[in-house]
Design a protein around this ligand. Structure first.
Ligand code: BGC
Length: 437
């Protein structure tokens, strides 16, 4: 029997990108400096011109129009806006202002991220997220951004994926500043990020109120499914639960209570009160990609992550697990029933576009099932509009609905782009259009 699901009329279909990954020539950023040393990014690639989006905003907004999307999630680049401490780049601000005007003219609502993984190099030199002046500097940047474009934006994201950023930067050592510390070493950067978020939240609301416009402020969390490697092994179960609690819920809980709190004997102990932080999340934004199986290990940090050999995987070997989206939506709603939810990223590295259509349909059906069960999902942004610079993995992973020919910079619609556009236009899902079992 054919099944259909119709989305609410105002459902925010979107796509997501991030400045450093697409704009090109982000020369004042920590990433730009870091990439110049060989051995850090796969195949020694550098972001360089990236997708040359800075010069092709018009063309890329046309791609969005072709998809008929209602919302575009993108980030403004602190390193471009404040090239040195207190030195503000009016031209960059003007550029973003014009981009917002073009989006509005195209009927596309912006969702603006203030920080997506990169820092100005001068901030990194002062210690980045470990610098005691971080929150204050971020607050100044937020003020300047609001002054330039604030009244054109309702939906804000202060930080993208704090936990991925910190795990990659301070534990795995695969993002700048490339440290290999303990879980406990995350406390200082986490506290500074939360302080910065709290300040930005207050500023965005105060300024919007003065201008008599609306502002909604959130974070793009990265949530994963953590299942035990062996469902009957009590230590696997325990470590999966600890991993989930720490990675998925520590930051959302801090935003709710104002308290950064986590305690596991011999592993981790955090208990810090952050001024003005409680209640600073107007909607729950999250990115969903995959699942981890957690196995107990005798060596610190006492667990290992496994992906079963037989699981369906994307080009980066991440498990494709659509049910995870449904599980997380139900869990978020259970924990935060007062918040509406926005899926701020979901996508697949699939150069051949051989799995993306099924991926899209399967994930959207899982989202639809959650909505049927009463979960208030307000929007879905696919990652990504076009292939881009995938951080330390370089240019080879292909997440785009549009393929990028990096020689000619031509954008080419993949078949999945047409499928996504059809779903958006019809505002419904229909079984039989997809390959869901
Ligand atoms: C990040 C993006 C990244 C994507 C795919 C997310 O973790 O926010 O910047 O490109 O995942 O890896």
């Amino acid at each position: 029997m054919k099944k259909t699901f119709s989305f609410p009329k105002n459902f925010k279909w979107g796509v997501a990108t991030a400045a450093h990954q697409i704009e090109g020539n982000n020369i004042h950023s920590d990433w730009w400096h870091w990439e110049q040393t060989p051995g850090r990014v796969k195949n020694n690639e550098r972001s360089g011109l990236a997708c040359d989006h800075w010069a092709r905003v018009n063309e890329d907004i046309q791609l969005m129009k072709n998809l008929h999307i209602k919302q575009y999630r993108f980030s403004v680049e602190w390193a471009r806006i404040e090239t040195a401490q207190g030195v503000w780049n009016e031209e960059a601000l003007k550029h973003y202002k014009e981009e917002l005007a073009l989006l509005r003219a195209a009927g596309i609502e912006p969702m603006v991220t203030l920080h997506h993984f990169t820092l100005p190099f001068w901030v990194a030199e002062l210690g980045g997220f470990e610098w005691h002046g971080f929150a204050e500097a971020f607050a100044k940047y937020t003020e300047v951004v609001y002054e330039a474009i604030g009244t054109q934006v309702i939906d804000w994201i202060t930080f993208n994926e704090p936990m991925v950023l910190f795990a990659a930067s301070y534990i795995a050592g695969v993002f700048p500043p490339q440290k290999k510390g303990s879980l406990q070493s995350l406390q200082v950067p986490m506290v500074n990020l939360l302080k910065a978020h709290a300040k930005a939240y207050q500023i965005l609301h105060a300024r919007a109120k003065q201008a008599s416009v609306q502002a909604r402020v959130g974070v793009a969390h990265h949530l994963r499914i953590f299942d035990p490697a062996c469902a009957y092994h009590p230590l696997d179960l325990l470590m999966a639960k600890i991993s989930e609690d720490f990675f998925n819920w520590t930051i959302p809980q801090a935003l709710r209570t104002g308290q950064l709190q986590f305690y596991v004997p011999f592993l981790l102990s955090m208990n810090v009160s952050i001024p003005d932080l409680a209640g600073t999340q107007d909607y729950f934004g999250f990115n969903y990609y995959s699942r981890d199986f957690v196995k107990f290990s005798f060596r610190p940090p006492f667990f290992k992550i496994k992906v079963p050999a037989t699981a369906p995987k994307n080009d980066l070997d991440w498990e494709i697990y659509p049910e995870g989206l449904n599980r997380l939506l139900l869990e978020i709603h259970d924990r935060y029933p007062d918040l509406s939810i926005s899926i701020t990223e979901n996508g697949i590295a699939d150069a051949k576009d051989s799995q993306r259509i099924k991926f899209l349909n399967d994930h959207l059906w899982q989202m639809a099932e959650a909505m049927k069960a009463g979960v208030p999902v307000e929007g879905y942004s696919h990652w990504s509009l076009l292939d881009n610079f995938e951080w330390n993995s370089g240019f080879s992973p292909r997440f785009g609905l549009y393929e990028l020919d990096y020689v000619t910079m031509k954008r080419i619609a993949r078949p999945s782009a047409l499928v996504y556009a059809k779903i958006v236009v019809e505002n419904q899902l229909l079984t039989g259009q997809e390959t869901r079992s």
